[in-house]
Write a protein that binds this ligand. Structure first.
Ligand code: UDP
Length: 475
């Protein structure tokens, strides 16, 4: 059988690029062309082609055998959409940014793939695997007659909220009202109104429109890959399977546990000196603090974070990337540690611009992770048995925090309204020293073991991955 191409198209944000490359590594290892004997023994070879955009190029190509195809924007398409010509900065309006990407790259995706299909020199295209947020790409693939499979890089629960969004709007939960934040949303238990997906900087109608397009794109594709594990979200995965009974659903998380990447593409250079610093710390003594690749804190919260860390008396490793702090109108402001912070914490803290996060979380010195609850960060911590302090900011992060605290019992939360140094220090102590923290750690360890079993032979994510490979071979 001739070799066939899988066209992988990540959404160009770190939290979406990483799982797509982890998926690429998994598929490559299972293909006959990997040379790894990973399941391609019956002669089916896949090659991996990564699609990326000239506006957000993949600058650090990962695997020597992957091919990279760059797409240039076609701005004519913008006249047919509700987007103006400027690509809004992601930190200012992530929702509009995603609409823009879809509007700008739909035509270039279509034309490039159409050319590949016609070119006799090209390997045949088996399937497009695109991020679920590339809704226009899924539609374009369908029109070209190429099967498309969506990768949803968030939790199964978040996708359930996406599917329920129109009903939740109809019932008046959304737009969210300040007075109803703590009300239970019985359509998607155990979510409260405050846990539903939202983006404070974006128009709620635009958020609803985007989620509707994402869900419609998935419904019209051939399959959905979830970076989720059935053992953590079995009811939610079942619900998705029932609602999307006409397509294939593969729950194969945590993807990074299949074939860990030697490096992550496109990120800031990780400061690896922090690993040597961790080596010198006692077991479970360090709090790792990071709010991911996009979220920024209001200046006041940033200052309280610094002094909360100082007041806690605990050792910490804090990721402060450029753009971590935002001014009153949402734009990034200069990221400067507050005066007095470094003197107070000298000797017991490290501040870095970017950490090798997966290695940090695996390190025995790390006792807890104060996180914004991006789904990758959440899964990476749980995979290493590290309990969480949750500080969700936007999107699906509030829902992830709800599951971490309420369903898995491995986290405490620093609520936005209570973001104050005394409260922060108390939460850090409770998670790192208290009995409550010990119980969270115990539950996190149990989940770690179960997740490890789920990606091994006989586990549900392993079986899902095998099914995915079989499915791709069958196309
Ligand atoms: N990450 C990292 N070093 C850092 C901060 C983040 O390697 O200092 C990685 C992290 O391991 C994760 C990704 O960046 O894979 C962030 O994804 P997540 O979904 O947690 O959050 P997002 O950045 O999408 O908000």
């Amino acid at each position: 059988m001739p070799r066939r191409q899988l066209l992988l198209f990540p959404l160009p944000f770190q939290g979406h690029i990483n799982p797509m490359f982890e998926l690429a590594a998994l598929l490559h290892s299972r293909s006959g062309c990997s040379g790894g004997g990973g399941g391609g023994g019956d002669g089916v070879d896949f090659s991996i082609t990564i699609l990326h955009t000239t506006t957000h190029p993949i600058t650090s190509p990962m695997h020597p055998s992957y091919r990279y195809v760059s797409l240039a924007p076609v701005d004519d398409e913008l006249s047919n959409s509700n987007c103006d010509r400027e690509l809004p900065p992601i930190v200012e309006d992530v929702v509009l940014h995603i609409f823009h990407l879809n509007a700008r790259f739909e035509a270039s995706f279509r034309d490039r793939v159409a050319a590949m299909l016609e070119d006799a020199e090209e390997e045949p295209v088996a399937c497009v695997i695109a991020d679920a947020h590339w809704f226009a790409v899924h539609a374009a693939a369908r029109r070209l007659g190429v099967p498309s499979v969506a990768l949803r890089t968030g939790s199964a629960a978040s996708f359930c909220s996406f599917m329920a969004y129109p009903l939740l709007m109809q019932k008046g939960y959304i737009p969210v009202k300040e007075s109803e934040l703590n009300e239970a949303v019985e359509e998607v238990p155990p979510m409260r109104v405050r846990d539903l997906p939202r983006v404070d900087q974006s128009d709620p109608v635009a958020v609803a429109e985007l989620l509707a397009k994402v869900v419609a794109g998935v419904r019209n594709s051939s399959g959905l890959i979830l970076n989720a594990a059935e053992l953590m979200e079995s009811a939610e995965v079942d619900k998705i399977r029932r609602e999307l009974a006409h397509i294939q659903v593969f729950a194969i998380g945590p993807l990074h546990k299949f074939t860990p990447l030697a490096a992550q593409p496109n990120q800031l250079p990780p400061d690896r000196t922090c690993l040597a610093w961790l080596d010198a710390q006692p077991a479970a003594s360090v709090l790792y603090v990071s709010f991911g690749s996009v979220a920024s804190l209001p200046e006041k919260h940033f200052v309280e974070t610094a002094f909360g860390l100082a007041l806690s008396g605990r050792a910490f490793l804090w990721v402060v990337r450029p753009g971590s702090v935002r001014g009153p109108r949402g734009a990034a402001v200069e990221t400067k540690l507050p005066e007095g912070f470094e003197e107070t914490t000298r000797g017991r803290g490290r501040v870095v611009e970017w950490a090798p996060q997966q290695e940090v979380l695996r390190h025995r010195a790390v006792g807890a992770f104060w996180t914004h609850c991006g789904w990758n960060s959440t899964l990476e911590a749980i995979s290493e048995g590290v309990p969480l302090i949750c500080a969700p900011q936007f999107g699906d992060q509030m829902g992830n925090a709800r599951y971490a605290t309420r369903v898995w019992g491995i986290a405490a939360e620093v609520e936005g309204e209570l973001w104050e140094r005394g409260r922060i220090a108390a939460v850090i102590k409770a998670v790192m020293e208290g009995r409550e923290g010990e119980e969270m750690r115990e539950r996190a360890r149990e989940l770690k073991q179960k997740l490890s079993a789920s990606v091994s032979r006989g586990g549900s994510s392993h079986a899902g991955a095998e099914r995915l490979v079989e499915y791709l071979k069958s196309l």
